[in-house]
Write a protein that binds this ligand. Structure first.
Ligand code: CO
Length: 173
């Protein structure tokens, strides 16, 4: 049975760290991604990066099926060592993050991205993504580089975020 793991939330310094490449593709990796999906579903997210559960490895899971749209089909994407190799266009989307619970802000992103990654068994693959998947990939890959969506917004919005955070969130225990 997959486990629900504890989420690392802002301002935990782990979220600022750069994640290491995965070079062992074993059963433990599969178990970890199963637990990441379980954790993501439990918290009603559509994407989760390993640093968010305190593991500094380049692992991302995505399933765009959301609570609001239960009829949308569920597709589990696992991206090991994902890297954006090309991108085009621009778009904006109101993003949230399981590591910054309760906060949403419009973020500017590339409209399309091409991502090289490895599968659970280490097989090299490429995906060309647009729409929500492209946005989600950029958000999650940022996590692997120690970047949060609140780092990707304007100075004015950052100031707003900090005062929102002071008001709404107590310090992590
Ligand atoms: Co996030």
């Amino acid at each position: 049975m997959a486990k629900v793991l504890k989420l690392v939330t802002y301002p935990n310094p782990l979220l600022k760290k750069i994640s290491e490449k995965v070079d062992v593709f074993d059963d433990k990796l599969k178990t970890l991604t199963d637990d990441m999906f379980e954790t993501m579903y439990k918290n009603k997210g559509i994407g989760l990066a390993a640093p968010q559960i305190g593991v500094l490895k380049q692992i991302v899971v995505i399933d765009l099926q959301s609570e609001e749209d239960e009829n949308a089909s569920s597709k589990q994407y696992v991206f090991i060592n994902p890297k954006i190799v090309s991108s085009s266009g621009s778009t904006t989307f109101e993003e949230g993050c399981l590591s910054v619970p309760g906060y949403h802000e419009i973020v500017k992103r590339k409209e399309k991205v091409t991502v090289n990654y490895q599968g659970l068994k280490g097989k090299e693959q490429t995906i060309e993504a647009d729409g929500l998947l492209a946005i989600c990939l950029q958000h999650e890959i940022d996590h692997l580089n120690g970047i949060l969506f609140v780092d990707q917004i304007s100075k004015i919005k950052k100031t707003f975020f900090r005062s929102w955070f002071k008001k709404n969130c107590k310090k992590e225990e």
